[in-house]
Design a protein around this ligand. Structure first.
Ligand SMILES: *[C@@H]1O[C@H](CO)[C@@H](O)[C@H](O)[C@H]1NC(C)=O
Length: 374
């Protein structure tokens, strides 16, 4: 009982803090001018990046439609809306907003508890992001936060609460918190090597980018499929996003639909560790991102030089931009893995260090190639 009440108080506290933060001009990674390292030239490996269609804004809650607090528009009758429409209505996307100054992490314990063993990694984020709100959210608090943030989208709450494995909830939570609030999500076993203010080249206008992602795997070997689920796999242990990003909306929609469908069939409890990667993990994440890159609702495909798939990202050493998404090279979020072209931790493009240790994830399943790639 005490734990529950404490969790509730903590959740209420977080919401209050967030309320005030969203009402003041919060610091953002883009606000500090940091010189970019030499050799890191303007993005655009894809010479003619997919350009955002101009009608994107009208369809998906855009620039001229900025609510002061998105959660306060819930008075409209939403019962006739599809899940996708509810999500878009509740958390509209505005690419011109600053990246919110939040760092979100989840773990079984908070840094205030004795069992917390990631103090060094956790502190690295605070140190490199002065002025950011940094939250480590436990399971008990997460469920209350999701209930508050998604009160008008009950399907999402039902799906979150129904997920049978902690790893599924942990995956789902990162998309949900970034979609609702934006900022940076990063796994608890991940350290910041460089501030997020340095992640994007200076030449990239911050008001045209809404999602920053890294590459987890780029296995350039004929038998790659034995080790990885996709030829290029985007990582989801560190993500930076603006609230309402359409990629997050689609990921949330697919997980929710899939969860509720399996719940009705009675097969939800049978999700195996191996299925997690497809259900909520990097395989789903990667598929949704590629679908987005080739989606004519968002991009002017008639003026595109061609479809976008793994070919366009393999072996890349500089960031690439596709519309409002920046894809960082493998070195940025996976330095030091000593394979697939990733450079070491001291490389100027190395931004975070992921330990592949203390998560809920069945890492042996997710990174089966890691120790077998000599
Ligand atoms: C992606 O790569 C493929 C194959 O190399 C190419 O045909 C296509 O034009 C590229 N797409 C873009 C948008 O550059």
């Amino acid at each position: 009982m005490l734990t529950f009440r404490r969790a509730l108080v903590a959740a209420a506290f977080i919401i209050t803090v967030l309320f005030f933060i969203t009402h003041s001009s919060s610091p953002s990674p883009s606000s500090s001018a940091v010189e970019f390292p030499k050799g890191q030239q303007p993005v655009d490996g894809l010479k003619q990046p997919q350009t955002l269609k101009s009608d994107n804004n009208a369809v998906h809650g855009g620039h001229n439609n900025r609510p002061s607090v998105s959660g306060q528009r819930a008075f409209q009758d939403m019962s006739h809306m599809t899940l996708d429409e509810k999500l878009a209505y509740q958390y509209p996307y505005d690419v011109e907003l600053k990246f919110p100054g939040y760092i979100w992490q989840t773990w079984k314990w908070t840094p205030a508890q004795g069992e917390f063993t990631f103090r060094e990694q956790e502190a690295s984020w605070t140190e490199k992001h002065p002025g950011f709100i940094h939250e480590v959210i436990t399971d008990q608090v997460a469920v209350h936060l999701i209930r508050l943030l998604y009160a008008s989208v009950p399907e999402v709450i039902e799906a979150y609460e129904s997920l049978p494995l902690a790893v599924l909830k942990a995956d789902f939570f990162r998309y949900l918190i970034l979609f609702a609030r934006g900022g940076i999500y990063t796994d608890i076993d991940t350290s910041a090597i460089r501030s997020a203010a340095d992640w994007l080249p200076e030449s990239v206008p911050r008001d045209q980018i809404g999602l920053v992602i890294g590459i987890e795997a780029d296995p350039d070997r004929p038998d790659w499929a034995q080790w990885y689920s996709r030829r290029i796999q985007f990582c989801q242990w560190t993500i930076q996003a603006k609230p309402g990003h359409p990629v997050l909306r689609e990921v949330i929609k697919r997980i929710t639909d899939q969860t509720l469908a399996r719940k009705r069939l009675g097969t939800l409890d049978r999700i195996t560790d191996r299925e997690v990667i497809e259900f909520s993990g990097p395989a789903l994440w990667t598929d949704v991102i590629f679908d987005y890159f080739n989606d004519e609702r968002y991009f002017d495909m008639a003026r595109s030089p061609g479809l976008i798939d793994w070919h366009n990202f393999t072996g890349m050493e500089d960031p690439k931009r596709v519309g409002d998404v920046v894809v960082l090279p493998i070195t940025s979020f996976s330095p030091g893995v000593q394979q697939m072209g990733a450079k070491d931790y001291d490389d100027p493009m190395a931004f975070v260090k992921h330990d592949f240790e203390g998560t809920w994830k069945p890492e042996s399943e997710r990174h089966i190639g890691e120790n077998n790639n000599q």
